[in-house]
Design a protein around this ligand. Structure first.
Ligand code: DAH
Length: 357
C-alpha cells in the first residue's frame, strides 16, 4: 500500500501538463487502473482482511484524487502566468502616428458652408450633373435665344442621329437644383445646393469642372433684407471675423429680379487678404429675388410666395480663405499640394469648435 502511494503521488507530481496528468489518472484510478484493480481484489478477501484493507485503499484513492485536483490547478495557474508573461505589452508607449490622407480644401469648404447654413435652418439638396436643357436653362428663364446661354460655354451631351430633342448638358451652374428642389418640396423652402458644375474654360482662375453652392429661401414675405442678413451672417462665420461690410451692386441675372452682385470690404495689404477692413472690394456671389417665372417653373404660385436666391463659387471662396493662388492645382492630384493645403481627416468643421481649426 505504501509503495502504491509513493508511486502514484510521484507520478502526479511529475506530470508536466494536463494531458500527462490525465494519463496518470487513468492509469491509477480509471476502470483498468492499478488502484481500481486493487479495489476489486477486496471482494476476494476475508471479512477481517477487508475491514483492514478497505478503508486504507479508499483513503489512498481519495488522497490521489486530491493530489490530481491540486496539480490540475497548479498547472492552470502556471499556464496563465506564462501567458501573462509572454503576452505583456506596454500600454504607456506613445501611438505611432498614421497618415490617413487629408481632406481636400473643396471638401473642407463645402463642409464649412454646409455647417453655417445648416445653423441658419437650410437643408442640403443635390441634383444631377448631367442635366436637362430645360432645368439648366428654360426653367431658369434663359430661353433659347438668350445671350446667357452663349456665355456659359456649355458642354452638350450627344444625342443619337435623328433625335431632335434638345441635348442634355453638363450643368453650367447649380441653379437647376433650385427648380428640382421646388418641384420636390414646394413652398416654404430653405435649401443650399453644393456641387460640381462644368464650363469649357481654362486659365489660372477657371477649370472646366468647378464647384458652386446655390442658396434658395422661399416663404410668404421674404425680402432683400432677409438676403442681406443671411449673407452677412454667412460671410462673418465663413471668414471667421466679427464684423463685415457687404456692398450690393445692381446686376442682371435672368432668374432673379431684382438682381445684385455682392462684394465684401477687404484689404490686400502685405499680399494677404483681410476681410472686414480696408479699401478694397471683393466680389463673392450673385443673388437676387427669385423671378416669378422661375417660381412658376418650379410649380410654386408666384402670387402667394416669394424668395431670394444666390450662387457662389466654392473654389473661389476656398482660394480666398486659405490663400491658394492657382485654381488648376486643385484638380491635379499632386500629393505635395494635397498634403500642404489638405485638412486633417478627423477635424470636421463645426460652428462651436471653430470652422477651420
Ligand atoms: N447661376 C449663376 C452663375 O452660375 C450664379 C447665380 C446668380 C445664382 C444669381 C443665383 C442667383 O441663384 O440668384 O453664374
Amino acid at each position: 500500500m505504501d509503495d502504491l502511494r509513493e508511486k502514484w503521488l510521484a507520478a502526479v507530481a511529475g506530470a508536466g501538463d494536463e494531458a500527462a496528468l490525465e494519463a496518470v489518472r487513468v492509469a491509477a484510478l480509471g476502470k483498468k487502473g492499478e488502484i481500481s484493480a486493487q479495489m476489486r481484489e477486496l471482494g476476494r478477501m476475508t471479512p477481517e482482511e477487508r475491514k483492514e484493507a478497505g478503508p486504507r485503499l479508499n483513503a489512498l484513492k481519495d488522497e490521489i484524487n486530491a493530489a490530481i485536483a491540486a496539480k490540475k490547478t497548479a498547472l492552470a495557474d502556471a499556464a496563465l502566468e506564462e501567458r501573462l508573461r509572454t503576452e505583456w505589452l506596454d500600454v504607456t508607449l506613445p501611438a505611432r502616428p498614421q497618415r490617413m490622407g487629408t481632406v481636400h480644401p473643396i471638401a473642407q469648404v463645402t463642409e464649412e458652408v454646409t455647417a453655417i447654413f445648416a445653423d441658419l435652418g437650410f437643408s442640403v439638396a443635390e441634383g444631377p450633373q448631367v442635366e436637362s436643357d430645360w432645368h439648366n436653362f428654360d426653367a431658369l428663364n434663359i430661353p433659347g435665344h438668350h445671350p446667357a446661354r452663349a456665355e456659359m460655354d456649355t458642354f452638350y451631351m450627344a444625342r443619337p442621329e435623328g433625335d431632335t430633342r434638345p441635348p442634355h448638358v453638363l450643368r453650367t451652374h447649380t441653379s437647376p437644383v433650385q427648380i428640382r428642389s421646388m418641384e420636390a418640396a414646394g413652398a416654404p423652402l430653405r435649401v443650399i445646393c453644393p456641387g460640381r458644375v462644368y464650363r469649357a474654360d481654362y486659365d489660372q482662375t477657371h477649370t472646366p469642372m468647378f464647384h458652386q453652392v446655390e442658396g434658395l429661401a422661399i416663404d410668404r414675405d421674404i425680402s432683400m433684407a432677409n438676403l442681406k442678413w443671411v449673407l452677412e451672417e454667412f460671410v462673418k462665420a465663413f471668414f471667421e471675423v466679427d464684423a463685415v461690410e457687404l456692398r450690393f451692386r445692381a446686376s442682371h441675372f435672368p432668374f432673379t429680379e431684382p438682381s445684385a452682385e455682392v462684394d465684401i470690404r477687404c484689404s490686400w495689404q502685405g499680399g494677404t487678404l483681410k476681410v472686414g477692413e480696408g479699401d478694397d472690394w471683393l466680389e463673392i456671389l450673385g443673388s437676387g429675388m427669385v423671378h416669378p417665372k422661375v417660381l412658376a417653373a418650379g410649380n410654386i404660385d408666384p402670387a402667394a410666395w416669394q424668395g431670394f436666391a444666390f450662387g457662389m463659387g466654392i473654389d473661389r471662396i476656398a482660394m480666398l480663405k486659405y490663400g491658394i493662388p492657382d485654381l488648376r492645382a486643385f484638380f491635379e492630384s499632386d500629393l505635395r499640394w494635397l498634403r500642404h493645403y489638405g485638412f486633417a481627416s478627423l477635424d470636421v468643421p463645426t460652428l462651436h469648435r471653430g470652422l477651420s481649426r
